[in-house]
Design a protein around this ligand. Sequence first.
Ligand code: SAH
Ligand code: F3S
Length: 460
Amino acid sequence: MDRFIDKSAPGAIATGKGTYHIETWGCQMNVHDSEKLAGSLERQGYIRAGGPDGADLILLNTCSIREKASEKVFSELGRLRKLKRTNPNLILGVCGCVGQQEGEEIFRRAPYVDLVIGPRSTASLPALMERVRNGETDVTLRVDTEYRRDSIDFPYEDIRREGQAGGKAFVTIIEGCNHRCTFCIVPRTRGKEVCRELDDILNEVRSLADRRILEVEFLGQTVNAFRDSAGNGLPELLTATAAVDGIRRIRFTTSHPAQMTPRLIDAMAAAGPKVVPFLHLPVQSGSSSVLKDMRRGYDRETYLAKVAAVRDRIPGICLGTDIIVGFPTESDADFRETLSLMSAVRFHSCYSFTYSPRPGTASEAFHDRVDLGEKQARLRELQALQKDIQEQLHAPWVGRTVEVLVEGPSKNDPSRLTGRTPESRIVNFTGRAEIGRITSILVESASAYALAGRKIGDEA
Ligand code: SAH
Ligand code: F3S
Protein backbone atom coordinates (compact mmCIF):
# COMPACT_ATOMS: atom_id res chain seq x y z
CA MET A 1 0.00 0.00 0.00
CA ASP A 2 1.28 3.43 -0.84
CA ARG A 3 0.81 5.92 1.91
CA PHE A 4 0.74 8.63 -0.71
CA ILE A 5 -2.30 7.84 -2.71
CA ASP A 6 -3.89 9.31 -5.78
CA LYS A 7 -7.52 8.87 -5.05
CA SER A 8 -10.60 10.22 -6.74
CA ALA A 9 -13.52 10.23 -4.41
CA PRO A 10 -16.03 7.57 -5.43
CA GLY A 11 -19.47 8.98 -5.90
CA ALA A 12 -23.18 8.67 -5.85
CA ILE A 13 -25.32 9.54 -8.83
CA ALA A 14 -25.71 13.28 -9.00
CA THR A 15 -29.13 14.83 -8.52
CA GLY A 16 -30.36 18.18 -7.24
CA LYS A 17 -28.72 21.58 -7.56
CA GLY A 18 -24.97 21.36 -7.98
CA THR A 19 -22.51 18.51 -8.02
CA TYR A 20 -18.89 18.38 -6.91
CA HIS A 21 -15.87 16.22 -7.46
CA ILE A 22 -12.68 16.24 -5.36
CA GLU A 23 -9.39 14.67 -6.40
CA THR A 24 -7.04 13.99 -3.51
CA TRP A 25 -3.28 13.52 -3.55
CA GLY A 26 -1.14 12.82 -0.54
CA CYS A 27 -1.22 11.77 3.07
CA GLN A 28 -4.00 11.04 5.57
CA MET A 29 -4.15 14.74 6.49
CA ASN A 30 -5.01 15.55 2.89
CA VAL A 31 -7.60 12.79 2.74
CA HIS A 32 -9.13 14.25 5.88
CA ASP A 33 -8.98 17.81 4.47
CA SER A 34 -10.96 16.50 1.50
CA GLU A 35 -13.58 15.15 3.91
CA LYS A 36 -13.80 18.62 5.44
CA LEU A 37 -14.14 20.26 2.03
CA ALA A 38 -16.81 17.74 1.04
CA GLY A 39 -18.70 18.42 4.29
CA SER A 40 -18.58 22.15 3.61
CA LEU A 41 -19.89 21.70 0.07
CA GLU A 42 -22.71 19.41 1.13
CA ARG A 43 -23.78 22.00 3.68
CA GLN A 44 -24.04 24.43 0.78
CA GLY A 45 -26.33 22.00 -1.05
CA TYR A 46 -23.79 20.39 -3.33
CA ILE A 47 -24.06 16.67 -4.08
CA ARG A 48 -21.15 14.40 -4.84
CA ALA A 49 -20.69 13.63 -8.53
CA GLY A 50 -19.60 10.26 -9.89
CA GLY A 51 -16.46 11.80 -11.42
CA PRO A 52 -15.17 15.02 -13.00
CA ASP A 53 -17.37 14.75 -16.10
CA GLY A 54 -20.50 16.80 -15.63
CA ALA A 55 -19.56 18.07 -12.16
CA ASP A 56 -20.31 21.75 -11.44
CA LEU A 57 -17.34 22.11 -9.12
CA ILE A 58 -14.00 20.32 -9.25
CA LEU A 59 -11.39 20.69 -6.51
CA LEU A 60 -7.86 19.35 -6.76
CA ASN A 61 -6.61 18.74 -3.23
CA THR A 62 -2.89 18.62 -3.84
CA CYS A 63 0.34 17.47 -2.22
CA SER A 64 3.81 18.94 -2.76
CA ILE A 65 5.92 16.69 -0.58
CA ARG A 66 7.90 15.36 -3.51
CA GLU A 67 9.04 16.68 -6.86
CA LYS A 68 6.83 17.30 -9.83
CA ALA A 69 3.71 17.66 -7.69
CA SER A 70 3.08 21.14 -9.08
CA GLU A 71 3.73 19.97 -12.64
CA LYS A 72 1.26 17.12 -12.15
CA VAL A 73 -1.33 19.59 -10.92
CA PHE A 74 -0.84 21.90 -13.92
CA SER A 75 -1.10 18.99 -16.33
CA GLU A 76 -4.28 17.78 -14.60
CA LEU A 77 -5.65 21.33 -14.81
CA GLY A 78 -4.91 21.33 -18.53
CA ARG A 79 -6.91 18.13 -18.89
CA LEU A 80 -9.84 19.51 -16.89
CA ARG A 81 -9.82 22.75 -18.86
CA LYS A 82 -11.76 21.13 -21.70
CA LEU A 83 -14.62 20.43 -19.27
CA LYS A 84 -14.87 24.19 -18.80
CA ARG A 85 -15.55 24.55 -22.49
CA THR A 86 -18.53 22.17 -22.30
CA ASN A 87 -19.73 23.60 -18.98
CA PRO A 88 -18.92 27.32 -18.75
CA ASN A 89 -20.37 27.43 -15.21
CA LEU A 90 -17.89 24.85 -13.96
CA ILE A 91 -15.94 26.11 -10.94
CA LEU A 92 -12.37 24.80 -10.81
CA GLY A 93 -10.32 25.10 -7.63
CA VAL A 94 -6.86 24.13 -6.36
CA CYS A 95 -6.55 23.31 -2.65
CA GLY A 96 -3.83 21.86 -0.44
CA CYS A 97 -0.08 22.29 -0.40
CA VAL A 98 0.40 23.19 -4.07
CA GLY A 99 -2.28 25.88 -3.61
CA GLN A 100 -0.33 27.17 -0.62
CA GLN A 101 2.99 27.13 -2.38
CA GLU A 102 2.02 28.51 -5.75
CA GLY A 103 -0.76 30.92 -4.65
CA GLU A 104 -1.56 33.51 -7.29
CA GLU A 105 0.99 31.97 -9.65
CA ILE A 106 -1.70 29.38 -10.41
CA PHE A 107 -3.95 32.06 -11.90
CA ARG A 108 -1.07 33.26 -14.04
CA ARG A 109 -0.28 29.83 -15.45
CA ALA A 110 -3.86 28.58 -15.54
CA PRO A 111 -6.14 31.63 -15.79
CA TYR A 112 -9.23 29.43 -16.09
CA VAL A 113 -8.82 28.35 -12.43
CA ASP A 114 -11.46 30.00 -10.24
CA LEU A 115 -10.13 29.67 -6.71
CA VAL A 116 -7.05 28.69 -4.72
CA ILE A 117 -7.10 27.61 -1.07
CA GLY A 118 -4.27 26.61 1.26
CA PRO A 119 -4.49 23.60 3.56
CA ARG A 120 -5.16 25.79 6.59
CA SER A 121 -7.99 27.71 4.89
CA THR A 122 -10.48 24.96 4.12
CA ALA A 123 -13.12 26.79 6.17
CA SER A 124 -13.08 29.71 3.74
CA LEU A 125 -14.34 27.61 0.83
CA PRO A 126 -17.98 28.87 1.05
CA ALA A 127 -16.90 32.54 1.07
CA LEU A 128 -14.56 32.05 -1.87
CA MET A 129 -17.23 30.23 -3.85
CA GLU A 130 -19.65 33.06 -3.18
CA ARG A 131 -17.12 35.47 -4.71
CA VAL A 132 -16.69 33.30 -7.77
CA ARG A 133 -20.47 32.95 -8.21
CA ASN A 134 -20.79 36.73 -7.94
CA GLY A 135 -18.43 37.06 -10.85
CA GLU A 136 -15.48 38.59 -9.01
CA THR A 137 -12.49 38.80 -11.27
CA ASP A 138 -9.86 40.07 -8.85
CA VAL A 139 -7.61 37.07 -8.34
CA THR A 140 -6.35 38.28 -4.97
CA LEU A 141 -9.90 37.85 -3.65
CA ARG A 142 -10.12 34.33 -4.95
CA VAL A 143 -7.05 33.01 -3.21
CA ASP A 144 -6.95 32.20 0.50
CA THR A 145 -3.77 30.67 1.79
CA GLU A 146 -3.65 32.25 5.24
CA TYR A 147 -2.58 30.18 8.22
CA ARG A 148 -5.40 30.56 10.67
CA ARG A 149 -6.96 28.81 13.57
CA ASP A 150 -10.45 28.30 12.29
CA SER A 151 -9.48 25.68 9.73
CA ILE A 152 -8.63 23.30 12.53
CA ASP A 153 -11.77 24.26 14.44
CA PHE A 154 -13.94 23.40 11.47
CA PRO A 155 -17.27 22.30 12.98
CA TYR A 156 -16.83 18.59 13.31
CA GLU A 157 -20.49 17.60 13.21
CA ASP A 158 -20.64 18.91 9.66
CA ILE A 159 -17.64 16.99 8.43
CA ARG A 160 -18.50 14.38 5.93
CA ARG A 161 -17.09 11.06 7.14
CA GLU A 162 -15.91 9.01 4.24
CA GLY A 163 -14.46 6.42 6.55
CA GLN A 164 -17.65 6.15 8.55
CA ALA A 165 -18.94 3.17 6.63
CA GLY A 166 -15.66 1.48 7.48
CA GLY A 167 -16.15 2.07 11.22
CA LYS A 168 -13.21 4.43 11.53
CA ALA A 169 -12.61 8.16 11.42
CA PHE A 170 -9.72 10.60 11.30
CA VAL A 171 -9.58 13.37 13.87
CA THR A 172 -7.12 16.25 13.40
CA ILE A 173 -5.64 17.29 16.73
CA ILE A 174 -2.68 19.42 15.65
CA GLU A 175 -1.93 21.26 12.41
CA GLY A 176 1.42 22.46 11.06
CA CYS A 177 4.94 21.62 12.19
CA ASN A 178 7.55 23.49 14.26
CA HIS A 179 10.44 21.26 13.19
CA ARG A 180 12.74 22.36 10.42
CA CYS A 181 13.91 19.16 8.76
CA THR A 182 16.14 20.41 5.98
CA PHE A 183 14.44 18.32 3.25
CA CYS A 184 10.82 19.06 4.15
CA ILE A 185 8.36 21.51 2.66
CA VAL A 186 5.57 20.88 5.18
CA PRO A 187 6.43 23.77 7.57
CA ARG A 188 6.19 26.10 4.54
CA THR A 189 2.91 24.71 3.27
CA ARG A 190 1.12 23.98 6.55
CA GLY A 191 2.69 26.59 8.82
CA LYS A 192 3.42 26.55 12.55
CA GLU A 193 1.82 24.17 15.01
CA VAL A 194 -1.71 24.92 16.18
CA CYS A 195 -3.47 22.53 18.57
CA ARG A 196 -7.12 21.93 19.30
CA GLU A 197 -8.49 21.81 22.84
CA LEU A 198 -8.73 18.42 24.53
CA ASP A 199 -12.44 18.89 25.39
CA ASP A 200 -13.27 19.80 21.82
CA ILE A 201 -11.51 16.67 20.57
CA LEU A 202 -13.26 14.49 23.15
CA ASN A 203 -16.66 15.88 22.13
CA GLU A 204 -15.85 14.90 18.57
CA VAL A 205 -14.77 11.42 19.65
CA ARG A 206 -17.98 10.93 21.68
CA SER A 207 -20.12 11.99 18.75
CA LEU A 208 -18.21 9.56 16.53
CA ALA A 209 -18.76 6.76 19.05
CA ASP A 210 -22.50 7.57 19.00
CA ARG A 211 -22.35 7.06 15.24
CA ARG A 212 -20.92 3.53 15.66
CA ILE A 213 -17.35 4.51 14.92
CA LEU A 214 -15.07 1.93 16.55
CA GLU A 215 -11.66 3.34 15.62
CA VAL A 216 -10.34 6.89 15.74
CA GLU A 217 -7.02 7.97 14.29
CA PHE A 218 -5.60 11.21 15.65
CA LEU A 219 -3.79 13.16 12.97
CA GLY A 220 -0.99 15.66 12.94
CA GLN A 221 2.32 16.19 11.15
CA THR A 222 3.90 15.77 14.58
CA VAL A 223 0.97 14.35 16.48
CA ASN A 224 2.99 13.76 19.65
CA ALA A 225 3.77 17.50 19.89
CA PHE A 226 0.08 18.03 20.73
CA ARG A 227 -0.46 20.33 23.72
CA ASP A 228 -3.63 22.28 24.39
CA SER A 229 -3.97 25.63 26.19
CA ALA A 230 -4.43 23.85 29.56
CA GLY A 231 -1.22 21.89 29.07
CA ASN A 232 -2.86 18.57 28.15
CA GLY A 233 -0.72 16.49 25.82
CA LEU A 234 -1.14 13.28 23.87
CA PRO A 235 -0.80 11.14 27.06
CA GLU A 236 -3.87 12.86 28.58
CA LEU A 237 -5.77 12.58 25.30
CA LEU A 238 -5.08 8.85 24.96
CA THR A 239 -6.14 8.18 28.55
CA ALA A 240 -9.36 10.18 28.16
CA THR A 241 -10.21 8.66 24.79
CA ALA A 242 -9.71 5.13 26.09
CA ALA A 243 -12.49 5.88 28.60
CA VAL A 244 -15.04 6.76 25.87
CA ASP A 245 -17.63 3.98 25.59
CA GLY A 246 -17.82 2.41 22.16
CA ILE A 247 -14.31 3.36 21.02
CA ARG A 248 -12.36 0.13 20.56
CA ARG A 249 -9.21 1.30 18.81
CA ILE A 250 -7.11 4.45 19.03
CA ARG A 251 -4.34 5.24 16.57
CA PHE A 252 -2.23 8.36 16.11
CA THR A 253 0.08 9.45 13.35
CA THR A 254 2.74 10.73 12.78
CA SER A 255 5.00 10.70 15.83
CA HIS A 256 8.34 12.47 15.83
CA PRO A 257 11.04 10.34 17.50
CA ALA A 258 12.43 13.32 19.45
CA GLN A 259 9.03 13.80 21.10
CA MET A 260 8.48 10.13 21.93
CA THR A 261 8.73 10.74 25.68
CA PRO A 262 8.68 8.18 28.52
CA ARG A 263 5.39 9.76 29.69
CA LEU A 264 3.80 9.11 26.31
CA ILE A 265 5.08 5.55 26.18
CA ASP A 266 3.74 4.97 29.72
CA ALA A 267 0.34 6.40 28.75
CA MET A 268 0.19 4.12 25.71
CA ALA A 269 0.96 1.11 27.89
CA ALA A 270 -1.44 2.17 30.66
CA ALA A 271 -4.36 2.87 28.31
CA GLY A 272 -4.28 -0.84 27.51
CA PRO A 273 -5.16 -2.55 24.27
CA LYS A 274 -7.46 0.24 23.07
CA VAL A 275 -4.33 2.15 22.06
CA VAL A 276 -3.31 -0.13 19.24
CA PRO A 277 0.05 -1.95 19.41
CA PHE A 278 1.36 -0.15 16.35
CA LEU A 279 3.55 2.93 16.17
CA HIS A 280 4.64 4.82 13.08
CA LEU A 281 7.99 6.39 13.95
CA PRO A 282 9.77 7.82 10.89
CA VAL A 283 13.54 7.44 11.19
CA GLN A 284 14.50 8.83 7.73
CA SER A 285 18.09 7.52 7.92
CA GLY A 286 20.22 5.14 9.97
CA SER A 287 23.31 7.37 9.78
CA SER A 288 23.89 9.90 12.55
CA SER A 289 25.74 12.26 10.23
CA VAL A 290 22.89 12.27 7.69
CA LEU A 291 20.35 12.71 10.50
CA LYS A 292 22.36 15.74 11.61
CA ASP A 293 22.33 17.18 8.07
CA MET A 294 18.59 16.50 7.93
CA ARG A 295 18.25 18.38 11.25
CA ARG A 296 16.08 15.63 12.68
CA GLY A 297 16.98 16.29 16.30
CA TYR A 298 18.13 12.75 17.19
CA ASP A 299 20.92 10.39 16.20
CA ARG A 300 20.97 6.67 15.43
CA GLU A 301 21.60 5.66 19.05
CA THR A 302 18.82 7.86 20.42
CA TYR A 303 16.38 6.44 17.90
CA LEU A 304 17.35 2.87 18.77
CA ALA A 305 16.99 3.69 22.48
CA LYS A 306 13.45 5.00 21.87
CA VAL A 307 12.57 1.81 20.01
CA ALA A 308 13.93 -0.27 22.90
CA ALA A 309 11.93 1.77 25.43
CA VAL A 310 8.71 1.37 23.43
CA ARG A 311 9.24 -2.37 23.06
CA ASP A 312 10.11 -2.75 26.70
CA ARG A 313 6.85 -1.09 27.86
CA ILE A 314 4.60 -2.53 25.11
CA PRO A 315 5.83 -6.01 24.24
CA GLY A 316 4.81 -7.19 20.78
CA ILE A 317 4.23 -3.67 19.43
CA CYS A 318 4.70 -3.40 15.65
CA LEU A 319 6.65 -0.47 14.25
CA GLY A 320 6.41 1.40 10.98
CA THR A 321 8.78 4.00 9.55
CA ASP A 322 9.64 6.38 6.69
CA ILE A 323 13.06 6.40 5.05
CA ILE A 324 14.64 8.77 2.54
CA VAL A 325 17.49 7.40 0.42
CA GLY A 326 19.90 9.53 -1.54
CA PHE A 327 19.90 12.59 0.71
CA PRO A 328 22.54 14.95 -0.78
CA THR A 329 25.18 14.11 1.85
CA GLU A 330 24.42 10.37 2.02
CA SER A 331 27.51 8.28 1.22
CA ASP A 332 27.37 4.58 0.44
CA ALA A 333 28.56 3.91 4.01
CA ASP A 334 25.73 6.09 5.38
CA PHE A 335 23.26 4.11 3.29
CA ARG A 336 24.67 0.83 4.67
CA GLU A 337 23.96 2.20 8.16
CA THR A 338 20.34 2.67 7.17
CA LEU A 339 20.18 -0.95 6.03
CA SER A 340 21.78 -2.10 9.26
CA LEU A 341 19.29 -0.08 11.32
CA MET A 342 16.45 -1.70 9.39
CA SER A 343 17.86 -5.16 10.10
CA ALA A 344 18.25 -4.27 13.75
CA VAL A 345 14.77 -2.81 14.26
CA ARG A 346 12.80 -5.03 11.84
CA PHE A 347 9.96 -2.67 10.98
CA HIS A 348 6.56 -4.12 10.08
CA SER A 349 6.09 -1.46 7.42
CA CYS A 350 8.26 1.13 5.74
CA TYR A 351 7.48 3.95 3.32
CA SER A 352 10.65 4.67 1.41
CA PHE A 353 11.40 7.53 -0.94
CA THR A 354 14.27 8.80 -3.04
CA TYR A 355 15.26 12.28 -1.91
CA SER A 356 13.80 15.07 -3.99
CA PRO A 357 14.87 18.69 -3.49
CA ARG A 358 11.95 20.94 -2.62
CA PRO A 359 11.89 24.67 -3.36
CA GLY A 360 12.81 26.87 -0.43
CA THR A 361 14.02 24.04 1.83
CA ALA A 362 17.49 24.20 3.37
CA SER A 363 18.73 21.03 1.68
CA GLU A 364 17.90 22.44 -1.75
CA ALA A 365 21.18 24.35 -1.50
CA PHE A 366 23.22 21.25 -0.58
CA HIS A 367 25.52 19.84 -3.19
CA ASP A 368 23.72 16.72 -4.36
CA ARG A 369 26.39 14.05 -4.58
CA VAL A 370 24.05 11.12 -5.27
CA ASP A 371 22.98 10.73 -8.88
CA LEU A 372 19.51 9.54 -9.77
CA GLY A 373 20.59 6.05 -10.85
CA GLU A 374 22.37 5.56 -7.53
CA LYS A 375 19.34 6.82 -5.57
CA GLN A 376 17.11 4.38 -7.39
CA ALA A 377 19.55 1.48 -6.87
CA ARG A 378 19.63 2.26 -3.14
CA LEU A 379 15.86 2.37 -3.01
CA ARG A 380 15.60 -1.03 -4.71
CA GLU A 381 18.09 -2.57 -2.32
CA LEU A 382 16.32 -1.12 0.70
CA GLN A 383 12.90 -2.24 -0.50
CA ALA A 384 14.16 -5.78 -1.17
CA LEU A 385 15.53 -5.97 2.37
CA GLN A 386 12.28 -4.62 3.81
CA LYS A 387 10.25 -7.16 1.81
CA ASP A 388 12.32 -10.01 3.28
CA ILE A 389 11.86 -8.65 6.79
CA GLN A 390 8.10 -8.28 6.35
CA GLU A 391 7.83 -11.81 4.97
CA GLN A 392 9.69 -13.15 8.00
CA LEU A 393 7.60 -11.10 10.41
CA HIS A 394 4.30 -12.14 8.82
CA ALA A 395 4.99 -15.88 8.54
CA PRO A 396 4.36 -16.69 12.24
CA TRP A 397 0.89 -15.13 12.01
CA VAL A 398 -0.36 -18.11 10.02
CA GLY A 399 -2.63 -20.18 12.27
CA ARG A 400 -3.38 -17.23 14.57
CA THR A 401 -6.86 -15.76 15.04
CA VAL A 402 -6.87 -11.99 14.60
CA GLU A 403 -9.43 -9.26 15.20
CA VAL A 404 -10.09 -7.36 11.99
CA LEU A 405 -12.01 -4.11 11.51
CA VAL A 406 -13.79 -4.76 8.21
CA GLU A 407 -13.16 -1.99 5.66
CA GLY A 408 -14.88 -3.34 2.52
CA PRO A 409 -14.22 -5.50 -0.54
CA SER A 410 -10.58 -6.28 -1.27
CA LYS A 411 -9.21 -4.22 -4.17
CA ASN A 412 -7.44 -7.11 -5.87
CA ASP A 413 -10.21 -9.66 -5.37
CA PRO A 414 -13.67 -8.17 -4.76
CA SER A 415 -15.01 -11.61 -3.80
CA ARG A 416 -13.04 -11.22 -0.56
CA LEU A 417 -13.28 -8.61 2.17
CA THR A 418 -10.40 -6.66 3.62
CA GLY A 419 -9.66 -5.05 6.95
CA ARG A 420 -6.92 -4.37 9.47
CA THR A 421 -5.75 -5.88 12.72
CA PRO A 422 -4.95 -3.57 15.64
CA GLU A 423 -1.29 -3.82 14.55
CA SER A 424 -2.31 -2.32 11.20
CA ARG A 425 -1.75 -5.59 9.29
CA ILE A 426 -3.94 -5.86 6.20
CA VAL A 427 -6.05 -9.04 6.17
CA ASN A 428 -7.97 -10.26 3.12
CA PHE A 429 -10.53 -12.90 3.98
CA THR A 430 -13.41 -15.04 2.80
CA GLY A 431 -16.79 -15.21 4.50
CA ARG A 432 -19.52 -12.63 5.03
CA ALA A 433 -18.98 -9.82 7.50
CA GLU A 434 -20.49 -6.42 8.16
CA ILE A 435 -18.41 -3.46 7.01
CA GLY A 436 -17.40 -1.26 9.93
CA ARG A 437 -17.52 -4.05 12.53
CA ILE A 438 -14.75 -6.07 14.14
CA THR A 439 -14.63 -9.76 13.33
CA SER A 440 -12.39 -12.77 14.04
CA ILE A 441 -10.33 -14.14 11.20
CA LEU A 442 -8.22 -17.26 11.14
CA VAL A 443 -5.02 -16.45 9.24
CA GLU A 444 -4.27 -19.16 6.66
CA SER A 445 -1.46 -17.60 4.63
CA ALA A 446 0.84 -14.61 4.65
CA SER A 447 2.88 -12.56 2.19
CA ALA A 448 5.17 -9.61 2.76
CA TYR A 449 2.30 -7.17 2.36
CA ALA A 450 -0.83 -8.84 3.71
CA LEU A 451 -2.34 -11.75 5.58
CA ALA A 452 -5.13 -13.91 4.19
CA GLY A 453 -7.68 -16.04 5.97
CA ARG A 454 -11.31 -16.86 6.65
CA LYS A 455 -13.90 -15.53 8.99
CA ILE A 456 -14.68 -17.47 12.11
CA GLY A 457 -17.35 -16.45 14.63
CA ASP A 458 -19.58 -13.37 14.60
CA GLU A 459 -18.90 -9.68 14.50
CA ALA A 460 -18.62 -7.83 17.75
N1 SAH B 1 5.67 14.60 9.83
C1 SAH B 1 5.16 14.05 8.63
C2 SAH B 1 6.07 14.31 7.51
C3 SAH B 1 5.32 14.42 6.29
S1 SAH B 1 6.26 14.06 4.98
C4 SAH B 1 5.02 12.59 8.71
O1 SAH B 1 5.94 11.99 9.29
O2 SAH B 1 4.12 12.02 8.13
C5 SAH B 1 6.11 12.28 4.94
C6 SAH B 1 7.38 11.64 4.54
O3 SAH B 1 7.75 12.05 3.24
C7 SAH B 1 8.55 11.99 5.42
O4 SAH B 1 8.59 11.25 6.60
C8 SAH B 1 9.72 11.71 4.51
O5 SAH B 1 10.15 10.38 4.63
C9 SAH B 1 9.15 11.94 3.11
N2 SAH B 1 9.68 13.18 2.54
C10 SAH B 1 9.46 14.43 2.98
N3 SAH B 1 10.14 15.33 2.23
C11 SAH B 1 10.81 14.63 1.29
C12 SAH B 1 11.69 14.97 0.23
N4 SAH B 1 12.05 16.24 0.01
N5 SAH B 1 12.19 13.97 -0.55
C13 SAH B 1 11.83 12.69 -0.32
N6 SAH B 1 11.00 12.30 0.67
C14 SAH B 1 10.50 13.25 1.48
FE1 F3S C 1 8.52 17.68 7.85
FE2 F3S C 1 10.24 17.19 9.74
FE3 F3S C 1 7.95 18.42 10.32
S1 F3S C 1 9.61 15.79 8.14
S2 F3S C 1 6.52 17.66 8.80
S3 F3S C 1 9.61 19.23 9.07
S4 F3S C 1 8.99 16.81 11.51
